[in-house]
Design a protein around this ligand. Structure first.
Ligand code: 6R9
Length: 600
């Protein structure tokens, strides 16, 4: 087994030097004790992330440094962030927004968005950040399901994505506009945020917060049906903080850069909550990916810890050595990756060309925090996602030949016992950042678990839907997804959402959407369309369908390719057999998709 050994000197002082001992002694109660809790009682993420540092005399440390897209950007110390987030909490309270309301965010990575998210948590409102690349349809789906009462967005995004669907969002009472032209929109409940912030007080006392109160709702896509809103509570901060230390290896004085957008769970859990609770300085780049710019940021900002994703790393690799020529990256102490399979070639490239060891980590929107990781002080096995985080029990559930979970009579899952045998990655419930519900979908939530401690005395397992193997040393290896969800450039895309929009076109009888392997973004979205009688395939119709999908879904979700087929494969009950489409696309015998993943 080829392992990447690291420079011992840079590891002096790293957390989790002795994995076995840490697992042995770890308790969630001790992890909770690393945080302060609210002076008034309870636990509030924003207090732990911001005010706690001010209370401990660290208010002068820079909390967030925004690098402007074109202009200079803005820096906020922990003390300034406390003041600004207090103001925002007062703005919400002043508008009559009650605790428990849900605020949506729809903008680029701007300071006001980050301030609003933390301020809303102080006011005990829930927060649901959306991708700014979403079209009106994904925005409507999510805001309708979440009954969003407040939206923070830009004038441009409001005009393009929200105004056309505003009538369908009866719960949306307040739209707070940030950025350019914020005072130029005259519509009910729409107003610029800046004047409200200016006149609000910078003093706010967070009321006692129940650790089980909703903090974030992150929407994620499944195989069937519309997106699910995974509900996360304030208690999750215990897992964010401890993984910030143990996995990201954050220490006071670190300059940390998470490249993810808050529209993706990574950009919130690890772009905001975990690093701020660790008291480090976070870099937020407002611009989109650019290889030369990224290397410059790593050097000029003296980034010490970097959390990024395989698509971005592959793009850096493709940009070649010229993009980092002359850059000194020796200040970067620790690099982690998440979201899609991290190819061993990328790990080797990082090691050999940049002198950086890239540590893969695995988790999901539903798990709220990192569950499996390679650690700073321990060797990396390229291609493996690493070992379970202390406090987290990961096992594999056996699947039968038809790909169905094998369960005991009492409903508890049959676990894989042999090292190297494939199974579905399962995590023993509960843990602090485990989702507490899918909004309005109790049966979909219940379907994520198997076993029942109460009924059988056996543990309850959360079932991730991912297939994996665990080797004899406990390293977890990703095999593939057990469902039809598509991962493109790190984004989860539900095929049903895309199919539904294509079906709106009068020429379309059936639509089937799959992910086809792509060397850069992992998977590309591809649609197969069966036309109604009387319609003929043509390039014009294809262009029309692509345009419809882009307009309604946005560029991040719309299919890149559309093929016409005379008939789509359907089950007896009329469901699209996406696996058959996928096997056909890849030239594999039908149903034989087992060779798709990476294995040890
Ligand atoms: C944080 C996040 C979750 C799905 C997950 C899996 C894939 C995540 C991975 C990985 C291979 C890794 N995934 N990390 N696949 N190696 N290190 O990504 O959340 O957007 O909900 O996606 O992403 O399939 O089930 P989310």
């Amino acid at each position: 087994m080829q392992e990447i050994e690291k420079d011992r000197e840079t590891l002096a002082g790293a957390n989790l030097v002795d994995y076995g001992a840490e697992r042995e002694s770890f308790t969630w109660t001790a992890a909770r004790a690393l945080l302060d809790g609210l002076p008034a009682g309870g636990l509030n993420i924003a207090y732990e992330a911001v005010d706690r540092h001010v209370a401990h005399g660290r208010g002068d440390v820079v909390a967030l440094r925004f690098l402007g897209d074109e202009g200079p950007g803005r820096e906020l110390t922990y003390a300034e962030l406390a003041d600004e987030t207090n103001r925002f909490a007062n703005v919400l309270t002043g508008l009559g927004v009650a605790p428990g309301a849900l605020m949506f965010g729809l903008s680029g990575r701007r300071p006001e968005l980050y301030i609003a998210m933390l301020g809303a948590l102080k006011a005990r409102c829930g927060v649901s950040p959306l991708f700014s690349a979403f079209g009106p349809e994904p925005v409507r789906q999510r805001m309708e399901r979440g009954h969003g009462q407040v939206l923070i967005t830009t004038a441009a995004a409001y005009r393009q994505k929200v105004a056309p669907i505003r009538d369908e969002l009866p719960d949306l009472h307040h739209v707070l506009l940030i950025g350019e032209g914020a005072d130029a929109i005259d519509a009910p409940g729409v107003q610029p945020l800046a004047p409200l912030m200016e006149s609000a007080s910078g003093e706010f006392v967070i009321a006692p917060t129940d650790p089980e109160d909703t903090a974030f709702v992150h929407f994620t896509s499944g195989t069937t049906g519309m997106p699910k809103g995974a509900v996360h509570v304030h208690e999750a901060v215990v897992a964010h903080h401890v993984t910030g230390r143990l996995v990201l290896d954050l220490h006071p004085g670190d300059v940390y850069w998470c490249t993810a957008d808050p529209g993706w769970v990574t950009g919130t859990s690890y772009g905001l909550v975990a690093p701020l609770t660790c008291g480090v300085t976070c870099i937020v780049d407002e611009a989109e990916f650019d290889a030369v710019r990224w290397y410059r940021i790593l050097e000029e900002q003296r980034v010490t810890v970097w959390y990024t994703a395989p698509t971005a790393l592959r793009m850096l690799m493709k940009a070649g050595p010229a993009a980092h020529a002359g850059r000194d990256l020796s200040g970067v102490r620790h690099v982690c990756s998440v979201g899609e399979p991290l190819n061993p070639e990328v790990v080797t490239w990082g090691d050999e060309e940049l002198g950086l060891a890239i540590h893969d980590t695995w988790w999901q929107t539903e798990t709220g925090a990192i569950m499996v990781a390679n650690y700073a002080a321990l060797p990396i096995r390229p291609g493996s996602m690493g070992r379970p985080v202390p406090g987290i029990d990961v096992r594999l559930v056996r699947h039968d030949d038809a790909g169905e979970r094998v369960l005991e009579e009492d409903g508890s899952p049959v676990l894989v016992e042999e090292a190297g045998e494939e199974g579905e990655l399962a995590i023993r419930a509960p843990w602090p950042s485990m989702m507490r519900a899918y909004l309005g979908a109790p049966e979909r939530y219940a379907a994520c678990f198997a076993g029942s401690e109460a009924a059988s005395g056996k543990p309850l397992w959360y079932l991730s839907g991912d297939l994996a193997r665990i080797d004899a040393d406990g390293y977890v290896w990703f095999v593939g997804r057990g469902d039809d969800v598509i991962k493109s450039a790190g984004h989860l895309i539900g095929p049903f959402e895309v199919e539904s929009v294509l079906m709106e076109h009068p020429a379309v009888a059936e639509a089937g959407v799959i992910g086809v392997p792509d060397p850069m973004v992992g998977e590309q979205v591809k649609a197969f369309v069966e036309l109604k009688t009387g319609f003929e395939p043509s390039d014009g119709l294809r262009r029309e369908l692509v345009a419809l999908a882009r307009r309604r879904l946005g560029s991040a979700v719309a299919p890149r390719q559309i093929d016409f087929l005379p008939h789509l494969p359907l089950t007896q009950s009329g469901k699209i057999m996406r696996r058959v489409l996928k096997a056909r696309e890849l030239g594999l015998p039908e149903g034989d998709l087992s060779t798709l993943g990476s294995t040890p």
